[in-house]
Design a protein around this ligand. Structure first.
Ligand code: MN
Length: 148
């Protein structure tokens, strides 16, 4: 994991739009049931290892979830614009700013999403593996999120 300590705090919509070099894409309707708030999805690479740009409005986050695999698998995130959070169960949440990356091992319960006051985009890559699946769990409630 890398951390860019020079960029933090509130990111306005205008700053976010200036930072982002990938389109926001369409409302992420297919996965909306697993998110609090509005997210957007844009395919960036559609062959080989697919890469998606996922954008979260301020306060938007996905539910706790697990990327399962019997071999290989997991997920890599690379923040490309704005500011957000990544958290593994039992650990402190980590702030993600442009250029920061996270490798999420298979089987690790976690969530990712925007900061309360900033738009946030990350590239997401599902790492190829065997018997891969995503298990969606409980939402990240306000009582948890508001303490970050
Ligand atoms: Mn994930």
């Amino acid at each position: 994991m890398s951390t860019n300590q020079n960029v933090s705090g509130h990111i306005s919509k205008e700053e976010f739009e200036n930072q982002s070099i990938f389109p926001v894409g369409r409302p992420n309707d297919a996965f909306a049931q697993y998110f609090i708030g509005q997210s957007y999805l844009c395919p960036v690479v559609t062959e080989g290892v697919p890469v998606f740009n996922v954008t979260f409005e301020p306060g938007c986050r996905n539910n706790w979830h697990i990327h399962h695999a019997s071999k290989g698998g997991g997920q890599t995130l690379i923040c490309v614009a704005g500011s957000g959070w990544y958290q593994e169960e039992g650990k402190e949440a980590v702030r993600l700013n442009p250029g920061d990356s996270v490798y999420i091992a298979p089987g690790v319960k976690h969530w990712h999403g925007a900061a309360a006051d900033s738009w946030f985009s990350h590239l997401a890559m599902e790492i190829p593996g065997e018997d891969t699946s995503n298990e969606w769990l409980e939402p990240v409630g306000d009582e948890h999120y508001s303490k970050l």
